[in-house]
Every structure is written in structure tokens, then in C-alpha cells.
Design a protein around this ligand. Sequence first.
Ligand code: IMP
Ligand code: MG
Length: 194
Amino acid sequence: MREGAELLYTAREIRDRVRELGAAITRDYAGREPVLVSVLKGSAVFLADLLLAIGVKARVDFMSISTYGSDSQPSGVVRIMKDLDQDIGGEDVIVVEDIVDTGLTLSYLLSVLQARRPASIEVCTLLDKSVRRITPLEIRYRGFDCPDRFVVGYGLDISERYRNLPLILAVDDPAALAEDPDALLPFLEAGPEG
Ligand code: IMP
Ligand code: MG
């Protein structure tokens, strides 16, 4: 462990788990063609790896939202900055998320998507901070049940940095690290094995 951060999931652990999730989706969606809806930007890295682990025809679409409030005081009010390109009416939708925390963002998003009458809608999240949940949610596919700590890497950012870490770290003081752009540089330089 380097100062202020602890390795939570190695690149290998993430890769193995993502492959398992892909295999589960492949089984469950045999004969169907799911549309994977990715919420930018955090889930983009996970989406790419998950997509490559899915062995049925699948389409991808992106959404970008901005949330009001902060990470510590989420409001659940969400504005759609970029909507899907495709109509999801009648489609089998899988919402792909990097992390579900309070669940406020996702439950709002699900209500928006549900109103468009998809044939089905499921959630696939890499990380689930289930102890923080405020809004009950049904999560069909989950990578890891994540401790109640601020996490960064594999798409998750700290002040827009370190999304390119191939592993996932838990950081003790995200506010302090946000002020110091080089704080996690040793982890980047160490490469996938950490
Ligand atoms: P929720 O509405 O509280 O579930 O918010 C989920 C969103 O908060 C995620 O999509 C992330 O953008 C952000 N988030 C929550 N926890 C973390 C974290 O530990 N690291 C980075 N982003 C986080
Ligand atoms: Mg997100």
C-alpha cells in the first residue's frame, strides 16, 4: 500500500470477474440481442471489456447525465446531457454502470428508460456499494460488493484523473488527493500488476 491509497481489486481480478459477468449475460440472453446502455464517462472502460466478453449479438448506446448535489450529498436529480441515439422501445436493455452508490442516480435513470417501454431492463454494475443504498434497486449483474470507501481506477475518476488506472484503489482522503494531481502517479507507473 502506497500512501493514502489501498489496492482493492487487481487488474487480473477485474478481468476474471468481467469475463464471468460476460458469460452470465451470454447465457441469459441466448437468442436475443441486448442493447447495452452505458452511462458516461465512468462506465466506458468496463463497458468495453464487458462487451468483448459477451458472445451474443449486442448493440451499444451511450447516455450522459449530470447529477445535482455532490458525492456526499446526492440529490437524485439528474439532467440528461446526451440522450440515447436509438429508440429502446421493445428492446432488451442492460444498463451498464461503473458503480452504484446511494442508487439515486440509477433509480432516476431507470424510471426514464422504463417510460420508453423496453421489452426488459436489467442492471449490470462493476461495483456495488450496497451499504450506502438509499433507493432499493434490483441489480441483476454485479462485479464486486464494494466497501464504503472512495474508489478510483478502471474508469472511475478523482477530479477527472486516473480513469486509466488498470486496477481499482480505495483512497482515504479523496478531497486531499483531488488537490494533488500526482498523488496516484506511482500506481500508474507501476502498470497492471500494481
Ligand atoms: P449514486 O446516485 O449515489 O448511486 O451515484 C453513483 C455515481 O456516483 C457513480 O456513477 C459515480 O459517478 C459516483 N460515485 C459514487 N461513489 C464513487 C466512488 O467511490 N468513486 C468515484 N465515483 C463515485
Ligand atoms: Mg457514473
